[in-house]
Write a protein that binds this ligand. Structure first.
Ligand code: KG4
Ligand code: ZN
Length: 347
């Protein structure tokens, strides 16, 4: 079936056209188009996302992307079988723009295509299932899934694709959020994650001994706000030197290493405890090369027989192809979400 997917939960306006096949045991996807209009430049001067500006940009970008998707053959638009749209979590004014746009298209196309369906998708399911977009990746169960984005840090235990249990999550800031906040402390632009990654390459990760919050606690929860505060205090004490590039690079490398130590330690502990055969990592922070390489290395060094799956970077950060996948999995399960913005929807 052909799925038109729409994503507007945060600061990326995204529309994708994806061909989906197969049952829940082995769903398969082929991306026909995957367009993302980034709003980074608009929010950058403010150091973070301004919800009203984001909404305005979504309203402007949605029709443009829709046109681009169908510019080859307009008749393609009538071959869509399913419209999938993100209903949450995210910024509600932004979610509404996508939902209303999806509903309008649905109403319009239904006149000629009575079989057309519309379905709500959970943005977090999008990240969770993003590994399915890589036809070569095969998930062996049980699996541990680590979702690391700007709004969430969640560890799940998966019995199969649709039966999963939350083991833990962050109690305060999400890991991506802490990257963004630390970047701001260092005077780096928004979004902070890629900037910290770039700067960290020039620093020593053992230069500053930042705390590894909750690493020794038996639960699978996380906390990143204290780590950010430690960076704040460190920079305050070093006030006179904050213009020192080397010092900033050391802070970036040491902070990144502290955050990833906790993520990796708890993920591997869960994998060992539950004897899992795969580890899935997803979300914007999963596009960080240090995290990707360090996790791979730890699995190898510990001689764990675990299949590590991390999507290509373009499927880690927000896009609509992952929403098509989440929509298809909902469709197969006959799972329905109300077509209302649900800012605090969880997994
Ligand atoms: O998944 P995503 O695109 O949007 C949300 O659902 O939140 O994740 C965005 C987050 C931001 O906090 C951003 O700073 C972080 O992912 N991020 C990174 C990297 N690229 C994006 N964090 C660390 N290293 C990166 N390379
Ligand atoms: Zn996301």
């Amino acid at each position: 079936m052909k799925i038109l997917a729409i994503e507007t939960s945060c600061d990326e306006t995204a529309i994708a056209l994806v061909e989906a096949k197969g049952e829940l045991k082995k769903p398969r996807f082929k991306i026909l188009k995957n367009l993302v209009a980034s709003q980074i430049k608009i929010h950058r001067p403010f150091g973070g996302i301004v919800p009203n500006l984001a909404k305005r940009e979504h309203l402007k970008n949605l029709p443009i992307l829709f046109q681009k998707i169908f510019n080859i053959r307009t008749s393609d638009v009538l071959n869509i079988d399913l419209i999938a749209v993100t209903v949450g979590p995210g910024l509600e004014p932004c979610l509404w723009t996508g939902i209303n746009f999806a509903k309008e298209i649905y109403k319009e196309l239904r006149i000629k295509n009575k079989e057309l369906r519309i379905i709500g998708a959970n943005h977090l399911d999008g990240h969770l299932y993003s590994n399915l977009l890589n036809s070569k990746s095969y998930i062996l169960y049980p699996a541990i899934s680590l979702i690391v984005s700007g709004g969430h840090t969640i560890l799940l235990l998966m019995k199969d694709l649709v039966r999963y249990k939350k083991l833990g999550e962050t109690r305060d800031d999400a890991v991506g959020e802490s990257f963004d906040k630390v970047a701001r402390l260092l005077g780096l632009p928004y979004p902070g994650g890629p900037e910290i990654e770039k700067l960290a390459k020039y620093g020593r990760q053992t230069a500053i001994d930042f705390p590894r919050p909750m690493i020794n606690q038996k639960n699978y929860d996380f906390s990143f706000s204290g780590l950010k505060t430690s960076v704040l205090y460190y920079l305050r004490d070093q006030q006179l030197k904050t213009k020192n590039y080397k010092l900033k690079a050391n802070v970036a490398a040491s902070f990144q290493s502290a955050a990833f130590d906790v993520l990796i330690y708890k993920t591997l502990r869960a994998a060992k405890e539950f004897k899992t055969r795969s580890i899935l990592v997803s979300g914007g922070v999963a596009s960080n090369n240090s995290l990707r390489n360090y996790l791979k290395l730890r699995i190898k060094n510990l001689e764990l027989r675990i299949n590590l799956l991390i999507p290509p970077k373009k499927f880690c950060t927000d896009n609509a192809a992952i929403i098509a996948v989440a929509g298809y999995i909902n469709y197969l399960q006959k799972k329905k979400h109300h077509l209302n913005a649900q800012g605090n929807l969880t997994i």
